[in-house]
Every structure is written in C-alpha cells, then in structure tokens.
Design a protein around this ligand. Structure first.
Ligand SMILES: Cc1cc2nc3c(=O)[nH]c(=O)nc-3n(C[C@H](O)[C@H](O)[C@H](O)COP(=O)(O)O)c2cc1C
Length: 239
C-alpha cells in the first residue's frame, strides 16, 4: 500500500474534483488516500510573523492545521495538488496554504523526505490560465525539493459544468488524466524519485549560503538545521 496525500485547492465538487477523482480511480484499492480541502483544512492566511523561520514551525499560529497536513505530506509516496484557474493563477486558498510552507523552501529548512518524492498537479480552466495556475504550485513543490513533478492541465472551452460539457470534451479530458494516472500507478514507489540537476544546483547554492550564515551565527535556526542534517558536511538529502 502506498500513501497518497491530496491537497484540493477548492472545496467545490466541480470539474477539478471530477478530474482528481478520475486520477485516483487507479489507486482506490491499493493506496491509503488522505485528502485535504482548502480553505476548510487550512482556513487562515499567513500573517507574515516569520515565527516559522526564526523561532520554528511549531510557533506558527496555524500550527494545528499545518502540522497535521505536513505530517501527511512527509508520509506520502505521491502528493497530488489540484486547483482550478482563478484569474490565471491558483486559487487564493491554495496560495494561502503554500505561504504557510515558506520555511520549507530550500533556502530555509527543506524536509529531506521531499527530495525523493513524486507529485502530480491537476489544474483546469475555462479558456486559459490552467498552465500558470499549475506553475504557481510547481514553484513551491520544486523549492521544497521535489524533482518528479508532472502536470495535467485542461481547458474546457465550453461550459464550466462537467455534465454540460460535450461528450467529446469529457472523453478527451478523461483520457488525458487516465494516462497520467496509469503512469503513476505503474511506478515503483519502493525507490525514491531521481533528484535532478536543477534541484542539486539549488541545494548547493543554498548550502553555501547556510555555511556562511552558520559560521557567523551558530544559533541561527536554518543554519543549525542544515548542520544537524549533516548537509554542511558530506550528507545529501538524495540517495
Ligand atoms: C474567481 C474565478 C476566476 C476565474 N478565472 C479564470 C481564468 O483566469 N481563466 C479561465 O479560463 N477560467 C477562469 N475561471 C473559470 C474556472 O477556471 C473554471 O470554471 C473551472 O472549470 C472551475 O473549476 P471547478 O469546477 O473545479 O470549480 C475562473 C473562475 C472563477 C470563479
């Protein structure tokens, strides 16, 4: 059994929900699937206190939401993120969620577990904007350290209600999402995903920065974290 964590960028059971359900069909009998719906499961905005960065993530005012979801993300073999396009971007709820994980960006305290993970982003729109919505999410995931990120985007070009779309359009979207789902259903999750060169370069640039910061102030939280992981020495978060 693999673990799948799904972060839904909307609570609406609309087209995004439909496509996500189609994606998950191949995993229903062989995966533990945990789903979160935004904004319900992370209802507040980041207020910019930067406590997560300077004092530790446990001091976040929203820790009761974030802690639970993060545990689920770290235990996941596959992360699925979904969002409709809202004014050419991801939903505000998804953006508010991602803001809470700024401390997990590579220049701060990336989780070692993220480097071997796989992720899928599902976005769609009426006419245009699904690609930039997916990019919003991908930006965070890749700075969390994930290399293996695949994106599904769709444009409805007709109606915004699934049942009112033409049969042809529904079949086209279903085929495309099933193809991606099949690919991830065939994956061997006992092996971590490959860490690509871009992620490695980012890691080494951040490592240089953390080396200096740690030397100047051994009590600086991010530097201490990098040292404790062994990353300022020879240890790396990928295999
Ligand atoms: C606030 C808002 C902004 C939207 N912005 C865009 C947009 O920029 N481009 C687009 O093609 N569709 C846009 N749409 C339409 C939705 O992306 C589209 O209806 C989508 O299918 C909704 O997904 P859902 O059924 O999962 O809610 C917008 C809808 C809303 C509510």
């Amino acid at each position: 059994m693999i673990n799948i964590t799904v972060i839904n960028g909307t609570e609406k059971h609309g087209v995004t929900y439909r496509l996500k359900e189609i994606f998950l069909t191949a995993f229903r009998n062989n995966a533990n699937i945990t789903e979160y719906y935004l904004p319900k499961d992370c209802p507040n905005f980041c207020n910019g206190c930067v406590n997560c960065m300077t004092k530790g993530e446990n001091t976040c005012k929203d820790e009761r939401y974030i802690g639970k979801i993060e545990k689920s993300l770290l235990e996941a073999d596959l992360i699925v993120m979904t969002s409709p396009a809202y004014v050419f971007h991801t939903t505000g709820a998804m953006k508010a969620f991602l803001d809470h994980f700024a401390y997990r960006w590579m220049p701060h305290r990336p989780a070692p577990e993220m480097f071997g993970k796989r992720a899928v982003i599902i976005t769609q729109c009426l006419g245009a904007g699904a690609k930039s919505a997916a990019k919003d999410i991908k930006h965070s995931l890749s700075w969390w350290g994930i290399s293996k990120i695949e994106i599904f985007t769709g444009a409805l070009m007709g109606d915004i209600v699934w049942e009112r779309l033409s049969k042809k359009k529904r079949a086209e979207l279903t085929k495309k999402v099933k193809k991606l789902s099949w690919k991830f259903a065939q994956t061997d999750y006992t092996k971590p995903a490959y860490t690509n060169l871009i992620i490695k370069i980012r890691f080494f640039v951040c490592r240089l920065m953390q080396q200096t910061l740690h030397k100047n102030d051994p009590e600086y939280l991010d530097g201490k974290y990098w040292a404790a992981q062994g990353w300022l020495g020879r240890t790396r978060p990928w295999k």
